[in-house]
Structure formats: structure tokens, C-alpha cells
Ligand binder design. Structure first.
Ligand SMILES: [Zn+2]
Length: 72
């Protein structure tokens, strides 16, 4: 019999906590700036007339590791 008020309080607490949570404004996604300059990679063998790659990896033609192109 003595446990009932405690359970009620717990339920009330959970309810209030839940209500409080829903009131919280949704977190805004950080805006990714488009000004960020993408790193450009090129094949050191200059396959396909020095084709640019936008992610690190290997050349599609000769499978040599790409090197980062120096910014002008
Ligand atoms: Zn290549």
C-alpha cells in the first residue's frame, strides 16, 4: 500500500519530463558552408589529360595512388 504514491509520483515525473522534452525546439543542423574548397586529386601519370578526382583514392586507369593537386 505504501508504494502507490511513489509510483504515482514517478509516473508524474516521467510525464512531466516527457512533456518538457517535446517542448524543446529541434536542434538545427549545422549549415555546411559551400565556401569550403574541395580538395582535388590528380593522377601523377596524368592519365586522361590530368583528370581531376574529388576524393582520395586510386586512378581509374592506371590504379596509381592519386596525389593532391596543388592549389593555384
Ligand atoms: Zn592514372
Amino acid at each position: 500500500m505504501g508504494t502507490r504514491p511513489l509510483v504515482k509520483t514517478l509516473i508524474l515525473c516521467l510525464f512531466l519530463w516527457g512533456a518538457c522534452k517535446t517542448k524543446e525546439p529541434p536542434k538545427e543542423e549545422p549549415i555546411v558552408s559551400e565556401a569550403v574548397i574541395q580538395e582535388v586529386y590528380i593522377c601523377p601519370m596524368e592519365c586522361e589529360n590530368g583528370m581531376n578526382y574529388y576524393m582520395e583514392g586510386k586512378c581509374d586507369i592506371c590504379h596509381i595512388n592519386l596525389i593532391q593537386k596543388e592549389k593555384p
